[in-house]
Design a binder for this molecule. Structure first.
Ligand code: AMP
Length: 542
C-alpha cells in the first residue's frame, strides 16, 4: 500500500520561491567586484533570477545543459545559480585557483555551453575560451559601464543582457532527481573528478545543514559565507540561506582579516563559515587592532583540520562558539559537525576542547563507519582508526563519466579516502588522508595530530608532517615548519613543546624549516609536492 501524500518534487528553485514569499524583504548584501557594497533582497533576487532564466532560455539553453560559473560569492552569483537550476540546466562552479589549463580541461570534460564570469576572472577565461569546444555564450557579471574590452567571443554584460527580459517566466518542473549542479574535486593525483548534485540531494542537504546541531540556522541570523560557492556549494549556505530566510552577506573577492572584519561589524553578522586559514587571518587582525566581535555568535570551521588554538581563541577571547566540521565535495559537502551532546555539556577547558577538536557527528542523512583494509567494520572506541566510509541521500553514488568506480561499493558505501576513528559517543576524528598516513613499524601515525600539535607552538605559523623512508621502521615522521615572521624557534624548542603530548613513537624524527608550504586550490597542504621536495631527505635517526 502506498501513502496518500502529495507529490511535491524537491526542486532547488522552490527554495528561492519560499524565500521570496516568506522572507522577501530580507537583505542580501554583497561586496561587489566593482568595489561598492550593494544591497538587495530575496524578493529582488527572485525577480532577477526569473529574468536570467528567461534570458538563458531565449539564448537556447535547455534541460541538462551545463552552465559554468567562475565567480566569487555575490548576489549576482546566487541569481545565476537559481536561474540555471530553474530551467533544468546544471550550474557548474569552477575553482579559479586552479591552473587555467585545468579549468579548460574541466570545462571540456563537463561540456559547458555557457559561462557566467566575474570581471576578475575574465583574463583567465580569455586565455582558455578558445580551447573549450562547447562554449557558446559568455556573460560577464557586470554592467555596461564596467564591461571590459575583451577578446571573448559572444560576450555580453550581465546587466545589459538581463535588461532584455521582463521576468514573466515560470520555472520548469521536472523530476527531483534531475541534475542541478556540478563541482569537480581538485584531485591531488590523476584528473579531477566531477560530482553531480541533484535537485533532491541539494534540497535535502540544505535541510540537513540548517538543523540545530548542524549549522543551526534561523531567519534571525545574519550569515556570512566566506567559503566560496565554488568550493563545494559554499557548504550548502547558498541553499540553506534562502530556505531559512537568513540575511546573507556575500564577501566578494576580499577575504583578508580587515575586509572580513568590516563586514562582520557593519552588517552585524551572527554566523559565518570558512576554512581555518581565513580565521587565522581574522584572529591575527583582531590581535593587532584590539577589536572585538560583539555580534558574531558562531563560526563553522572545516575544509581542513582546525587547530585547537583557534577554537580556544574564538571561545575564550571573543565569546564565539566554534563548530568544527568535516565534509567533502562528494558529500554536498557536509559530513559531520561538532556540537556538544548532553553528556559533554558540563565539560570545561581542555576537556571541552578534547571534544571540540574532533570533527563531530553527522546530522540525520549521513551514515558512517570505519573499516580495516579488508572492509571489516572497526569498533567505535575512539582510537582504532581505519578507512572512513559514508552513505546518504546527499552523498555521490558515482563520479561523472564513471571515473573512480573503486571508491563506491555494492552496499552503497563511498570510501572517502580519509582515515578516522569514531568514539563511543559517535564523534568522528580524522587522523589523515589514506595517502598521507605515516606507517612506522607497521603502525599508523596521524599526521594531522602532529600538525595540530605543532601549530599550537606560539612561534609556528604552519606545519606539515610527512613520512620519510627509514631502513628500520619503513617510514618515520619529518615535521616541516614555517616559522612566524620575526620568530626563530629551534628544532629542540618545537620537539620539547610536543613531547609528552603524543605517544613517544609518534614524535617527529626531525624538523625542517621552510619559507612556505605548498597548498592546493582548495587551500589544503599539498603533501604530494612536499614529499617530492623532501624525497632525498635523510633522517638523522637512520
Ligand atoms: P574538498 O572536497 O575539497 O572539500 O575536500 C575534502 C577533504 O578535505 C576531506 O576528504 C578531508 O580530507 C579534508 N577535510 C575537510 N574538512 C576537514 C576537517 N575538519 N579536518 C580534517 N580534514 C578535513
Amino acid at each position: 500500500m502506498l501513502g496518500l501524500m502529495q507529490e511535491w518534487p524537491l526542486l532547488c528553485h522552490k527554495l528561492l520561491d519560499h524565500a521570496e514569499r516568506q522572507h522577501g524583504s530580507r537583505e542580501v548584501v554583497s561586496r561587489s567586484i566593482e568595489g561598492p557594497i550593494v544591497r538587495t533582497t530575496f524578493a529582488e533576487i527572485h525577480h532577477r533570477s526569473l529574468k536570467v532564466a528567461q534570458r538563458l532560455e531565449r539564448d537556447g539553453f535547455r534541460l541538462g545543459d551545463r552552465v559554468a560559473t567562475l565567480a566569487w560569492n555575490t548576489a549576482r552569483h546566487i541569481e545565476a545559480w537559481y536561474a540555471i537550476m530553474g530551467i533544468g540546466a546544471v550550474y557548474h562552479t569552477l575553482n579559479p585557483r586552479l591552473f587555467p589549463e585545468q579549468i579548460a580541461w574541466i570545462m571540456n570534460n563537463a561540456e559547458d555551453k555557457a559561462i557566467f564570469v566575474d570581471l576578475t576572472f575574465a583574463p583567465i577565461l580569455e586565455k582558455i575560451a578558445g580551447a573549450v569546444r562547447s562554449l557558446r555564450r559568455v556573460i560577464v557579471l557586470t554592467d555596461h559601464a564596467h564591461m571590459p574590452q575583451t577578446s571573448l567571443a559572444n560576450a555580453v554584460a550581465y546587466e545589459e543582457w538581463l535588461a532584455q527580459a521582463d521576468g514573466a517566466f515560470t520555472w520548469k518542473t521536472f523530476d527531483e532527481n534531475t541534475a542541478a549542479g556540478m563541482c569537480y574535486t581538485s584531485g591531488t593525483t590523476g584528473d579531477p573528478k566531477g560530482v553531480l548534485y541533484s535537485h533532491r540531494s541539494n534540497v535535502l542537504h540544505a535541510m540537513m545543514a540548517a538543523m540545530p546541531d548542524a549549522m543551526g540556522l534561523s531567519t534571525r541570523d545574519v550569515v556570512l559565507p566566506v567559503v566560496p560557492m565554488f568550493h563545494a556549494n559554499a557548504w550548502g549556505l547558498g541553499q540553506s540561506g534562502p530556505m531559512i530566510g537568513a540575511k546573507l552577506v556575500m564577501p566578494g573577492c576580499k577575504m583578508d582579516g580587515a575586509s572580513i572584519y568590516e563586514l562582520l561589524d557593519t552588517e552585524k553578522v551572527t554566523f559565518s563559515a570558512a576554512v581555518p586559514t581565513v580565521w587565522m587571518m581574522l584572529l591575527q587582525y583582531l590581535e593587532e587592532t584590539g577589536k572585538k566581535l560583539p555580534y558574531l555568535k558562531k563560526v563553522v570551521i572545516g575544509g581542513a583540520s582546525c587547530p585547537r588554538a583557534i577554537i580556544a581563541k574564538f571561545q575564550d577571547n571573543y565569546d564565539v562558539q566554534v563548530v568544527h566540521a568535516w565534509g567533502m565535495t562528494e558529500m554536498s559537502p557536509l559530513g559531520t559537525l561538532c556540537t556538544l551532546k548532553p553528556q559533554h555539556e558540563m565539560r570545561t577547558g581542555e576537556a571541552r576542547l578534547d571534544v571540540q577538536g574532533k570533527q563531530g557527528f553527522p546530522p540525520f542523512g549521513v551514515e558512517m563507519k570505519v573499516t580495516d583494509d579488508d572492509g571489516n567494520a572497526l569498533p567505535w572506541d575512539g582510537k582504532t582508526f581505519g578507512h572512513l566510509k559514508v552513505r546518504g541521500p546527499a552523498v555521490a553514488r558515482a563520479y561523472y563519466g564513471g571515473d573512480g568506480a573503486e571508491q563506491f561499493d555494492a552496499d552503497g558505501w563511498f570510501d572517502t579516502g580519509d582515515v578516522a576513528h569514531i568514539d563511543a559517543s559517535g564523534y568522528m576524528q580524522i587522523t589523515d588522508r589514506a595517502k598521507d598516513v605515516i606507517k612506522s613499524g607497521g603502525e599508523w601515525i596521524s599526521t594531522i595530530d602532529l600538525e595540530n600539535l605543532a601549530v599550537g607552538h606560539p612561534d609556528v605559523a604552519e606545519a606539515a608532517a610527512i613520512g620519510i623512508p627509514h631502513s628500520k621502521w619503513g617510514e618515520r615522521p619529518l615535521l616541516v615548519v614555517v616559522r612566524k615572521p620575526g620568530r626563530e624557534p629551534s628544532k629542540g624548542d618545537i620537539l620539547t613543546f610536543m613531547s609528552g603530548k603524543v605517544a613517544k613513537w609518534w614524535m617527529p624524527d626531525d624538523v625542517a624549516f621552510v619559507g612556505e608550504i605548498p597548498h592546493t586550490a582548495t587551500g589544503k597542504i599539498q603533501k604530494t609536492s612536499l614529499r617530492a621536495q623532501f624525497k632525498d631527505y635523510r633522517l638523522p635517526t637512520d
